[in-house]
Write a protein that binds this ligand. Structure first.
Ligand code: NAD
Length: 500
């Protein structure tokens, strides 16, 4: 079964544009004429094919398609947009196995998580589909003698730029609300995992989305990504990726005054107090850093554990980490797969020397796994201090840093002592403490006695270097739409008679 899934996915990938993936513009596959770059399979290190970096002309064509399609799509009644988005969700569900297998092969993510990720992508479409009819609704704000009425209109063609870690699910989270709002889209997926983005754009057209409403271009960040963010006809950029890329995009978009939405990196703390349900806390700690190969923005990559329970908790944790099943991502039993790329493997591996030099201990793992592919042992650092680089920097691999704390104030101080502020996790049976700590954490999202459980109406996003803006619920529409206020005078008032 595993082998069948892999060969099916590879057949599907190599069938796209005869093995050299190009673009999808105005409802058509466009092979492209730009330079090519290799795409490798993380589990084997072998080439899956090549991809085209869009030329300036191809990028312009994609933006023009989105611009031309915008007035008609924006005018489509909300209930009709709702119906198309539901059809997209239906087709994603029908093809969930195929999408999941492509994602495993292309991004190295494990089947046990990807088989659900495609379905979550469909749920993202359904959630925003159902909100499409009400997206324009505004408020009535009475003032003395005037009634203020607000409405919302879609902002225009938007650029969506996504990373390689869970490409399909993440793209749907950005693209579904844009389409539901009435915007048109040019999507640029990450160069290390470009294939599931093609499946999504094809599915959208098969579902009846008009040509040009959703376009996808491939290419490198510094060329295609840059041109997209600089393009005067792109009104807003929704970006998910590294903090320093977000900073570059803000500069690139400055001349055209782009509206930006950034979901960036994290160095998220999970704080375990000595009164917590320690068995559940242990499950959550392991899940939130070692699932998705540690390549998850909301991963709890720092464990802050109260000193009184540190030794016992660390011992149980070490046993679990040493027991994680690393292997073929398509094998349903596998818990940790490979890292995305040789360059990323080198980056993660480099933190082993950094940890040793700073005086931390590698309690578990710490080595590349010999053989094909970009595998790294699940790793646990102990004896760490908050000042060390392994406690400050986003490593983005299956690597957890344990830092002890003494009391509530110490936990809060250490949790906040990073440049990032995406998510935080708190484990305690004392709900008063849970609330106090949640309020004190510098983070966009806090889960108390829980791992990251997504709830689509709730806001998702970070503070500090972790982002600008929120997704989810109506927050997504606020980004993709302009609010207009119309003031209607319903009684005469004194108007100053200048020059009378
Ligand atoms: P990255 O920033 O290197 O690349 C992301 C995308 O940006 C890619 O498509 C890339 O081609 C493009 N890009 C690069 N330079 C660009 C430029 N100058 N102009 C325009 N586009 C450019 O990130 P990555 O390595 O692919 O992904 C990992 C990062 O993403 C991690 O930091 C992770 O925390 C973050 N992430 C955040 C969230 C979140 O919700 N906060 C979710 C997933 C991943």
């Amino acid at each position: 079964m595993t082998q069948d899934r892999r060969s099916g996915a590879i057949d599907r990938i190599t069938a796209i544009d005869d093995g050299c993936i190009g673009h999808f513009i105005a409802g058509q596959a466009v092979p492209g004429a730009g330079t090519t770059f290799d795409v490798t399979e993380p589990a084997t290190g072998q080439s899956l094919g090549t991809a085209r970096d869009a030329t300036a002309g191809e990028l312009d064509a994609a933006v023009k398609a989105a611009k031309d399609a915008f007035p008609a799509w924006a005018a489509v009644p909300g209930d009709k947009r709702r119906a198309v988005l539901h059809r997209i969700a239906d087709l994603i569900v029908e093809r969930a196995e195929e999408i999941a297998a492509v994602e495993c092969v292309d991004a190295g993510q494990c089947w046990r998580f990807m088989s659900k990720a495609a379905i979550r992508g469909a749920e993202n479409f359904r959630f925003f589909a159902d909100r499409a009819p009400g997206a324009r609704d505004g408020q009535a704000l009475p003032a003395g003698g005037q009634l203020n009425v607000t409405t919302r209109t879609p902002i225009g063609p938007v650029g969506v730029i996504t990373p390689w870690n869970t490409p399909f699910m993440l793209s749907t989270w950005k693209i579904a609300p844009a389409l539901a709002a009435g915007c048109t889209v040019v999507h640029k997926p990450a160069e290390w995992s470009p294939y599931s983005a093609r499946l999504l754009v094809e599915i959208a057209h098969e579902a009846g989305l008009p040509a040009g409403v959703f376009n996808a271009v491939n290419g490198l960040g510094e060329t295609t990504g840059r041109r997209l963010t600089e393009h005067p006809d792109i009104k807003a950029v929704a970006f998910v990726g590294e903090s320093r890329t977000g900073s570059a995009i803000m500069k690139q978009g400055a001349d055209t005054l782009k509206r930006v939405h950034f979901e960036l990196g994290g160095k998220n703390p999970v704080i375990v107090f000595d009164d917590a349900d320690l068995d559940r806390a242990l499950d959550a700690v392991v899940f939130m850093i070692y699932s998705l190969n540690g390549q998850r923005c909301t991963s709890s990559s720092r464990l802050l554990v109260q000193s009184s329970i540190r030794e016992a908790f660390e011992a149980k944790l070490a046993a679990r980490v040493a027991n994680l099943k690393v292997g073929d991502p398509l094998d349903p039993a596998t818990e940790v797969g490979p890292l995305i790329h040789q360059r990323h493997l080198d980056k993660v591996a480099s933190y082993m020397d950094i940890a040793r030099a700073d005086g931390a201990k590698i309690a578990v793992g710490g080595e590349r796994i010999e053989g094909a592919g970009y595998f790294f042992q699940p790793t646990l650092f102990t004896g760490a201090a908050q000042s060390m680089r392994i406690a400050q920097e986003e490593i983005f691999g299956p690597v957890l840093t344990v830092i002890p704390f003494e009391d509530e104030a110490d936990a809060i101080a250490k949790a906040n002592d990073v440049e990032y502020g995406l998510a935080g996790y708190v484990w305690t049976r004392d709900m008063g403490r849970g609330l106090r700590v949640s309020q004190a954490l510098e983070a966009g999202m806090v889960w108390v006695n829980s791992e990251n459980v997504r709830h689509l109406p709730s806001p998702f996003g970070g503070v500090k270097a972790s982002g600008i803006g929120r997704d989810g619920g109506d927050w997504s529409f606020d980004f993709y739409m302009e609010t207009k206020n119309i003031a209607l005078a319903y009684q005469d008032h004194a108007i100053q008679k200048l020059g009378a």
